[in-house]
Ligand binder design. Structure first.
Ligand code: ADP
Length: 614
C-alpha cells in the first residue's frame, strides 16, 4: 500500500513556486537531475572503496536518459548509490539542499518576483516539476538486502512511498510525466541539445538511447602529461564550435589561493578583425564539470573578451547567482590568478615560439593596447607583450620595451616613441634629429591605439617613456661656424615672433635641429601632437567648431640652415614677401608635426607665395 506523506512546509513552498511561477530556463531540469545522478555515482564509487558487499556490484556506472514521445515521458536512470524507502522520505520530502535554501531566502527578499531566479539557483531535484505533472522515483539502495521503493508525487502538498513489487537494479530511475505544454522535452534531439549544453563533461557516460552524448573529454581536468596537442585542438573545436585551430592555449591548475582547473585558448584569428562584431565573453564557468555559466561577464577583464575556454572551480557553489558572481571575491581571485598566468604564458611564448607569438601579436595587439590604457592592474605585464617597429628594428621584426631597454645607449635614460602614420614619417621627422645624433632608438607609434597606450603608460622599468617631440636631448654644438651669427639669429627670432603673431608663443634658436630648418613644439608637454589629434577627432557638441583654433606653438629655428640665412636677408629686401615666406615656413613646421589644422588657409598662403615667383 502506498503510504502518503506531507511535504515539509519549505518544500511545499518551493514546489508551489517551481510549478506556478517559473517560466524561463525550464530546460535546466535535466542539468539538475543528471548532476544528481552523477553525484550518486560518485558516492557509490567511494562506497566501493570500502564496502565489499554491494547490491548489483557489476552494474556499469552510467547515466541513461530516454524519452517516450507517445507516453510523454522522460526517464533518467543511474546506477549510483540509490535510496531506501526511508531515504526517499528523508531526501525528497525535506530540504537539505543549500541551493534550494538559498533560493527560498532570495525569494523572501524579493517578494513574489521569482521569475529568473531558477536560472540563477539550482533547485535540484524539484526542478523536475518545472516540466513534469508527475514524478516517480524508482530506487534501490546499494545496501545489501534493501528492498526496492517507489516515490511518487503529482506536485501537490504530499507524496507517496511504497515498496516495489518488482525488484529494481541498484540506483535511481526517475520518470517524469511531462505537462501537456512541456511535451517538447520528450524529444531525443531536444534532450541531446540540453545534455550537450550543460552536462557534456559529466564524469560518467551519459547515454541517450544507447549512444554516449558526453564524448569529449574535459581536458582541463586531465594531467597535462597525458595530453597531446591534438587533444587540446579537438577540445577547442568542440568548445568554440569552430573548425579553426587555436593559436595558443594555457592549461593551468591550482589549489591555492583558490581551487581551479582551467584551459584557456587564444583563437586563431581576431574575431573583431572586420569591425562588424564585438567579441562576447566565452570562457565558461564550471563547478566540478557542470556548467554554471557559459558566458560569465566578470570572470575576465573586458580586454580579454576574445578568450575561449573553461574555468572549473570546486569552490564555486553550484547555486551561485549571476548577480553575486559580479562582485564575488572568489571570481576576483580567479581572475587575478588566471590573467597573471595567461600573461606570463604569452610572454613565454614570445621566447619559446617567436613565430606563434608574432601571429598572436598581429591579431590581438589591439586588445593588449586597450588593456594597457584601461586596466592598471595588469598594465605592466601587458606592456611587456607589446611590440613596435623602431628606428633600429629590422623591417618585420618589431621590438618590445624590454629589448629596447637592453639596447639603450650610455647616457640615455628615457624611452622614446613618436606618433606618426608610418615608420617613414617617423624617420623623416625633425624631432628625431637630436636622438639620431646620439644613436637613441625611437619606437614607431603608428596606430591610433598607441596614443591611448602612451597617454596612460609613462614609465617602464624605471625609465620614463617620452614622446620624441618632448625629448630634452640636444645635439652637440657643431665645430664649424656657419649660417647666422648669434645676434642675427636672435633678431630673426624676434622678427618671426612679431610677424607670426598669434600663431606662435615663442620663437627661439634650436639646440636640437641638425638638418631641418625649423620645428614646431607644443608648448604644453602634455598636449602632444598625438593628443591634439585625438581631441580633434572627438565628437563635438552643438555649435562647437570642427577645427579648434590653431594653438600657438613654440617654433625653433636652425640658424645654420640656408633657408634661414636667406629669409634673414629677404627680411630687409622685401619684408612683405619675407612675412609670407615666414608664414609658409610655420605652416610647414606645423604640418611636419601633425599640428596643422586649417589646411585651406595654408593652401591659400602657399598659392600666394608661389604667385610671387619669378
Ligand atoms: P542536492 O542534490 O543538492 O542535495 P536535491 O534536492 O537535488 O539536492 O536532492 C536531495 C537529495 O536527494 C540529495 O542530497 C540526495 O541525497 C538525494 N538524491 C537526489 N537524486 C538522487 C539520485 N539520483 N540518487 C541518489 N540520491 C539522490
Amino acid at each position: 500500500m502506498p503510504e502518503t506523506h506531507a511535504f515539509q512546509a519549505e518544500v511545499r513552498q518551493l514546489l508551489d513556486i517551481v510549478i506556478h511561477s517559473l517560466y524561463t530556463d525550464r530546460e535546466i531540469f535535466l542539468r539538475e537531475l543528471v548532476s544528481n545522478a552523477s553525484d550518486a555515482l560518485e558516492k557509490l564509487r567511494h562506497i566501493q572503496l570500502t564496502e565489499k558487499d554491494i547490491t548489483s556490484p557489476d552494474l556499469p556506472l552510467e547515466i541513461t536518459v530516454s524519452a517516450d514521445s507517445e507516453a510523454g515521458t522522460v526517464t533518467i536512470t543511474d546506477s549510483g548509490l540509490g535510496m531506501t524507502g526511508e531515504e526517499l522520505v528523508q531526501n525528497l520530502g525535506t530540504i537539505a539542499h543549500s541551493g534550494s535554501k538559498a533560493f527560498l531566502t532570495k525569494l523572501k527578499e524579493q517578494g513574489s518576483n521569482s521569475e529568473n531566479l531558477i536560472g540563477q539557483f539550482g533547485v535540484g531535484f524539484y526542478a523536475a516539476f518545472m516540466v513534469a505533472a508527475e514524478v516517480k522515483v524508482f530506487s534501490r539502495s546499494w545496501k545489501p538486502g534493501s528492498t526496492s521503493a517507489i516515490w511518487s508525487c503529482d506536485g501537490s502538498g504530499s507524496y507517496t512511498v511504497e515498496d516495489s513489487a518488482e525488484e529494481l537494479p541498484r540506483g535511481c530511475r526517475i520518470v517524469l510525466k511531462l505537462k501537456d505544454e512541456q511535451k517538447e522535452y520528450a524529444d531525443k534531439d531536444r534532450l541531446e541539445e540540453i545534455i550537450r549544453k550543460y552536462s557534456s563533461f559529466v564524469n560518467f557516460p551519459v547515454l541517450l538511447e544507447g549512444e554516449k552524448v558526453n564524448k569529449v573529454e574535459p581536458v582541463w581536468l586531465r594531467q597535462k602529461s597525458t595530453l597531446k596537442d591534438e587533444d587540446y585542438v579537438e577540445f577547442y573545436k568542440f568548445h568554440a564550435n569552430t573548425s579553426e585551430e587555436p593559436l595558443t592555449w594555457l592549461h593551468f591548475s591550482a589549489d591555492s589561493p583558490v581551487n581551479l582547473n582551467s584551459v584557456l585558448f587564444v583563437p586563431g584569428s581576431n574575431p573583431e578583425a572586420f569591425g562588424f562584431t564585438r567579441a562576447e565573453p566565452a570562457v565558461a564557468l564550471h563547478c566540478r564539470r557542470v556548467l554554471i555559466d557559459a558566458a560569465p561577464q566578470n570572470l575576465f577583464p573586458e580586454w580579454l573578451r576574445f578568450l575561449k575556454g573553461v574555468v572549473d572551480s570546486a569552490d564555486i557553489p553550484l547555486n551561485i547567482s549571476r548577480e553575486t558572481m559580479q562582485d564575488s571575491a572568489l571570481i576576483a581571485k580567479l581572475r587575478k590568478v588566471l590573467v597573471r598566468k595567461l600573461l606570463r604564458h604569452l610572454d613565454d611564448e614570445a621566447t619559446s615560439h617567436p613565430e606563434k607569438f608574432a601571429k598572436f601579436h598581429k591579431e590581438f595587439r589591439v586588445y593588449l593596447k586597450e588593456g594597457v590604457a584601461t586596466d592598471y592592474e595588469f598594465q605592466k605585464d601587458l606592456a611587456k607583450l607589446l611590440r613596435w617597429d623602431s628606428t633600429l628594428s629590422e623591417p618585420g621584426k618589431p621590438t618590445g620595451l624590454a629589448d629596447y631597454v637592453s639596447r639603450m645607449k650610455e647616457g640615455q635614460n628615457e624611452i622614446y616613441f613618436l606618433s606618426a602614420p608610418t615608420r617613414a614619417a617617423v624617420e623623416a621627422s625633425a624631432y628625431l634629429e637630436p636622438l639620431r645624433a646620439k644613436g637613441y632608438e625611437v619606437l614607431v607609434a603608428d596606430e591610433p591605439a598607441d596614443e591611448y597606450v602612451f597617454n596612460n603608460f609613462r614609465e617602464f622599468e624605471g625609465k620614463k617613456i617620452v614622446s620624441a617631440d618632448q625629448a630634452s636631448v640636444e645635439i652637440d654644438p657643431p665645430a664649424e661656424t656657419k649660417g647666422l651669427s648669434p645676434e642675427e639669429a636672435e633678431k630673426l627670432c624676434n622678427w618671426l615672433k612679431e610677424t607670426l603673431g598669434e600663431r606662435v608663443s615663442l620663437v627661439g634658436v634650436s639646440k636640437k635641429l641638425a638638418e631641418s630648418p625649423v620645428a614646431a613644439y607644443s608648448p604644453d608637454a602634455h598636449m602632444t601632437p598625438a593628443l591634439r589629434r585625438m581631441l580633434r577627432n572627438m565628437p563635438r557638441g552643438e555649435g562647437e567648431s570642427a577645427l579648434p583654433a590653431e594653438t600657438p606653438v613654440n617654433l625653433e629655428i636652425n640658424p645654420r640652415h640656408d633657408l634661414l640665412v636667406r629669409l634673414n636677408k629677404l627680411r630687409t629686401a622685401d619684408e612683405g614677401l619675407a612675412a609670407l615666406a615666414a608664414n609658409n615656413l610655420c605652416d610647414a613646421a606645423l604640418a611636419a608635426a601633425g599640428l596643422l589644422d586649417d589646411t585651406r588657409a595654408m593652401a591659400k598662403r602657399s598659392f600666394e607665395l608661389l604667385n610671387r615667383l619669378g
